[in-house]
Design a protein around this ligand. Structure first.
Ligand SMILES: Cc1cc2nc3c(=O)[nH]c(=O)nc-3n(C[C@H](O)[C@H](O)[C@H](O)COP(=O)(O)O)c2cc1C
Length: 182
């Protein structure tokens, strides 16, 4: 049996890729924001990632200043911090200090990386496309890092990485199993 789903709820049927923590600003004064609307849009070089952002976000203001953002991919362990970064604005509070998470310097951009995230992408802002309520940001990945124990050389190992996927409200899913199509 299938039921009709209201248009405003339809997006929850396709949600989502893994959540990402975007760090902006500079190492000494950085901000963190959670994104679930993200997707890679090329399979070649350079790697490009599309983010969907609301113009009100403080992170957007910081990103416009230097055109740089780090994408940090958290595992299950950071669900509390992910929710904090996604529900409070850096205009009001120093979320990174409150979280107690450690930062490390990036090599190619000014925003720092989150040391507690198993993967980090150093990105530069390319094209910006207005799309109604939100803007579409096309990022170019300049450098990517991953913990050796959660990546097999071509894909993440979900059993170890345990990426988080947003289900709405305060609910998250965890990707924890891979499956081969035979
Ligand atoms: C799980 C989750 C995913 C989110 N994804 C997005 C997103 O893709 N784009 C967006 O503009 N806001 C998204 N948000 C909302 C922002 O993270 C939130 O408004 C945040 O407080 C902005 O922080 P800032 O003002 O410090 O930049 C998300 C929130 C949560 C909890």
């Amino acid at each position: 049996v299938k039921v009709e789903v209201a248009a405003e709820k339809a997006k929850w049927l396709v949600e989502p890729g893994c959540v990402i923590i975007g760090t902006t600003g500079v190492y000494e004064k950085a901000n963190a924001m959670t994104f679930s609307w993200q997707t890679p849009i090329t399979s070649g070089i350079p790697c490009k990632i599309l983010l969907v952002i609301h113009p009100d976000r403080y992170s957007y203001e910081l990103l416009k200043r230097n055109g740089e953002i780090a994408l940090n991919i958290p595992g299950e362990r950071l669900v509390r911090e992910v929710h904090l970064f996604g529900s409070v604005s850096g205009r009001e509070r120093d979320k990174i200090a409150e979280s107690g998470l450690l930062l490390e310097r990036a090599k190619t951009i000014s925003p720092p990386l989150m040391a507690d995230c198993p993967a980090n992408l150093e990105c530069r802002l390319g094209e910006v496309i207005p799309a109604g309520q939100h803007d579409l940001l096309i990022l170019e990945v300049v450098r990517a890092l991953v913990e050796t124990d959660v990546f097999d050389g071509s894909s993440i190992i979900p059993e170890r990485f345990k990426t988080l996927h947003y289900l709405g409200g305060r609910k998250y899913g965890v990707l924890e199993r891979s499956l081969a199509a035979l």
